[in-house]
Design a protein around this ligand. Sequence first.
Ligand SMILES: Cc1cc2nc3c(=O)[nH]c(=O)nc-3n(C[C@H](O)[C@H](O)[C@H](O)COP(=O)(O)O)c2cc1C
Length: 383
Amino acid sequence: MTSRRMVLKIGGAAAFVTILGGGAYLHGGGLGKARAPWSQDGTSFGDKRLDALAFAILAPNPHNRQPWMFTLSGADKIIITCDLEKRLPATDPFDRQITIGFGCLLELLEMAAAHMGIATKTVLFPEGQEGAHLDSRPIAEVSFVGAEKWVDDPLFDLVLQRRTSRNVFNDTPVPEDVLAAVLKAETSGRAINLGGTIEPRRVGEIKDLARQGWQIEYETQATRRESIRLMRIGNRAVNENPDGISLGGMAMGAMGASGVLTPKALDRPGSFAFKASLNAYFRLIESARGFVFVTSKDNARTSQIEAGRAWVRLNLRAQDLGLGVQPLSQILQEFPQMAEPFEAVHTMLAPQGGIVQMLGRIGYGPKQDPSPRWPLSAKLYKA
Ligand SMILES: Cc1cc2nc3c(=O)[nH]c(=O)nc-3n(C[C@H](O)[C@H](O)[C@H](O)COP(=O)(O)O)c2cc1C
């Protein structure tokens, strides 16, 4: 079978302006270490499970916490657990978003295994997981069960190119047929639905709510501090801690060193850094040319996993069509201060009841850099 692994050249001398995590930042070529997991050169890790996991860890996940840990068990099984330290208790009090990230991971894992000609059998929450918070019991056990199934997914080719957009979108409208292609339903028999809109009045209404949500998240001390604590300012910080909210690049490093962009300044209402951060995300919201969303009938853990599976597929399809996508999750968050816009967005997008699991803006914009990742080796427990 011809290998379709792609070598992604990352880094280089050219620095360029991008927007990352809500601000306009200058990126240099110094993030090679943090981006190395995106460079698949076809070298095997010596175990098919690891080869597949190397793709799976590129999954989108909230605040790029990469909460997954893997134990290789026996000859063919992977036990996937949550590193409970990586949860987001303020913005994600019931681990809903963290669980969605595991759905994204599982989808890519199964896709990568299928690409290698290996069928997988996934058992979700094999020991249960019924509490309000995730615990140390497994999220999933995935067995590589042999080669009897051979379903190579065309979306696999896009795994290394997939990005979450953090750029301001340009004025180009999103055509109806592109939206339809991104939302292409594969949801039959599943507990989730995909939706989207490019209708100007509806887009305007969602933008208003998204703005409100961002303002609440940033002006609420606990949720703001959770994000600030996870900011990595400058290339060295990103390379040392390739997760969280990465503000890499020489300019970021310089602003951090000069005291303009520091956790303290970001946390001080009225400071330049505080206002810049607030306004940068407002600009992202404002530039939305449409919205896409994933809803589920209930909020079971398995539905959250399904939502993640659907989201990453939607993200891959958008990538294929040159369309940028960025989740705007603030109004979907379950902390008390968010109750009003949370209710409003549910009335709007899930009028029959149910949960809006993901909401994202769509549009066209500059090419996005790959986001940092821990190497796979950092995510392995010894069996
Ligand atoms: C459940 C979930 C919620 C997310 N919410 C946001 C969000 O509100 N804002 C945002 O910029 N990105 C959001 N993201 C995207 C992540 O920040 C992104 O996946 C992560 O930083 C890794 O970047 P990548 O997708 O480009 O690999 C979310 C992703 C998931 C899975």
